[in-house]
Design a protein around this ligand. Structure first.
Ligand code: GLY
Ligand code: MN
Ligand code: MN
Length: 530
């Protein structure tokens, strides 16, 4: 849909604002968005547009596979916040520019607890209503209800005149029955949200119900809760702290993935591997183009859209010195023969789980001896990190293992200005000049998943089966780095895999993608010769 199409609705939906209007030279700026509209506003047009559409066929929907898992997650949240009302918005459409929105993507906590993935559902809010303990959903102390704006019938003005919600404009959307059948959740029209959120709200010491809100997801919901708090003299500062605890708890709930989440991680990893394959296939063409990195980015994105929903994050397609720029997402550089290409990319599945994988590839299909020396050091660091992963170790031990190996290589190459031992001390850390990021982060619905978890459960946390995270050591020597000899400069190498903690060790979910220099060379040649 073009943006000019999109505005046709407004003279029908919001046309009332133009009635009895002042002369054009006095027209207020805010009203001028309607100036392009040519849609008729006659009653005859409205009547005709709302008539003679086949009624939507009723469909019985199967229960989504995720539903039972989402229910278990809701029970876990319920147990943490007895007698409190929990409000978890999906978030609204986000404006990209002027009247053009981004594709909708719900907040990850909402997706996790509702089971909803791609497209669903702008403006929706999940409310946990406290009930007597044991009498709620699945024997919990809460009843969860999903509030959203269901699709309007084809005989309504909304059907043909609302470009953000109407089926005529954006295609079919779910109704209350559909989500209820698919998710096993109560569903209610969004019109009932205000009462549901605010009823009996107030200071607990005066018999009111405490609301905890996942803040800054939907500003309309923030305003609704804040107004209720002000009206009922609930202390705002204390409430902020309660809200913060909810955000933290919802983030921590995702530290250990359930069986369905792990299956989705496998889906996204597999699609990502297919995307890396496609990138290798276009690499010779990328090397011919002034913006070869864009060719690489485009090839990966094409695969992401075919196999899943989107990208979990902007692709880093970085060749030559650009590979030393950690957040290189401009991707407008050339891909030159003799250089390396660092590709950090992840397909987001329809369920919204994302992979996060990096491979560093020789553009010619063959590493130079110098590139190979640095590559092998990074691979050794990754292998050392993998070797320590098992239930019971601390998350931070993974980084320690990887960084020690990198520091040893940097020492062997004579790059450290102090002894290896001094560098490894807290007070040293000179090697971090060339490996400035962490080795691992949790991965799931968000690429940097569980980011609001407490330090003692994240960095200082102990690994458990079901945790999924990256191992991604790298070395980055910038062109302008005078602390290294010339032959190191302009080389950035990272190897990133997605790891599942098992009962007794780790599974590399991205193991099907070649890792060693020889495997990569053979794999690339194989793709080019097939
Ligand atoms: N692609 C972002 C990261 O590796 O953390
Ligand atoms: Mn990563
Ligand atoms: Mn990455």
């Amino acid at each position: 849909m073009t943006s000019s199409d999109k505005h046709e609705e407004f003279d029908v939906v919001a046309g009332a604002s133009a009635v009895g209007f002042t002369p054009a030279d006095a027209q207020e700026l805010g009203d001028r968005v309607n100036n392009r509209s040519q849609r008729p506003t006659s009653e005859a047009f409205k009547e005709f547009m709302a008539s003679s559409w086949a009624p939507a066929e009723p469909v019985q929907h199967e229960r989504d596979e995720v539903a039972e898992h989402a229910a278990a997650r809701r029970s876990a949240v319920s147990a943490q916040f007895p007698n409190e009302r929990l409000v978890i918005p999906a978030g609204p459409h986000k404006v990209r520019s002027n009247d053009t929105d981004y594709r909708f993507r719900p907040h990850s906590a909402f997706a996790h607890l509702s089971g909803l993935g791609v497209d669903h559902e702008p403006g929706a809010v999940l409310v946990f209503e406290p009930v007597e303990d044991g009498t709620g959903d699945h024997g919990s102390g809460h009843e969860a209800t999903l509030y959203f704006k269901p699709m309007a019938g084809r005989d309504t003005q909304e059907f043909y005149a609302d470009a953000r919600h109407g089926e005529f404009w954006i295609g079919p959307r779910p109704g209350l029955e559909e989500f209820s059948q698919r998710l096993g959740l109560r569903t209610e029209d969004a019109g009932a949200l205000e009462v549901a959120v605010t009823k009996n709200a107030g200071p607990v010491e005066f018999g009111g119900t405490r609301i905890r809100l996942l803040r800054e997801v939907d500003l309309d919901v923030d305003a609704l809760v804040d107004t209720s708090r002000i009206n009922t003299t609930v202390d705002l500062e204390t409430s902020d702290a309660y809200d913060g605890e909810l955000a933290e708890a919802l983030s921590e709930l995702r530290l250990v993935k359930d069986a369905w989440e792990i299956s989705q991680m496998r889906v996204s990893v597999e699609a990502t591997i297919a995307g890396f394959h496609d990138v290798v296939a276009v690499l010779p063409r990328a090397a011919e183009h002034a913006r070869g990195e864009r060719i690489v980015e485009g090839a990966f994105f094409a695969r992401a859209r075919l196999e899943g929903n989107d990208l979990g994050y902007d692709t880093i397609a970085a060749s030559g010195n650009n590979a030393t720029v950690l957040h290189w997402i401009r991707n407008h550089g050339a891909v030159r023969r003799g250089d390396l290409l660092l590709l950090d990319a992840g397909v987001e599945a329809d369920s919204l789980y994302t992979a996060d994988i990096t491979r560093t590839l020789p553009v010619t299909g063959e590493f130079s001896p110098n590139q190979r020396k640095i590559y092998d050091a990074v691979l050794a660091a990754a292998d050392a990190a993998f070797a320590v992963v098992r239930p019971g170790i601390r998350f931070r031990d993974i980084h320690t293992a990887a960084v020690r190996v990198l520091a040893e290589h940097l020492d062997d190459w004579g790059l450290l200005p102090v002894s290896l031992e001094e560098a490894l001390e807290e007070t040293g850390q000179h090697h971090r000049r060339w490996m400035p990021h962490g080795t691992s982060h949790h991965l799931g619905l968000d690429v940097h998943d569980c980011a609001q978890a407490k330090r003692e459960l994240y960095l200082d946390g102990v690994l458990e089966p079901g945790m999924v995270f990256t191992i991604e050591p790298g070395l980055y020597f910038k062109n302008e780095d005078l602390a290294v000899p010339a032959e190191f400069r302009g080389i950035g190498i990272r190897i990133e895999d997605d790891v599942l903690v098992t009962e007794d060790g780790a599974e590399n979910l991205s193991a099907a993608l070649p890792r060693s220099a020889e495997e990569i060379e053979q794999w690339m040649q194989g793709i080019w010769s097939s």
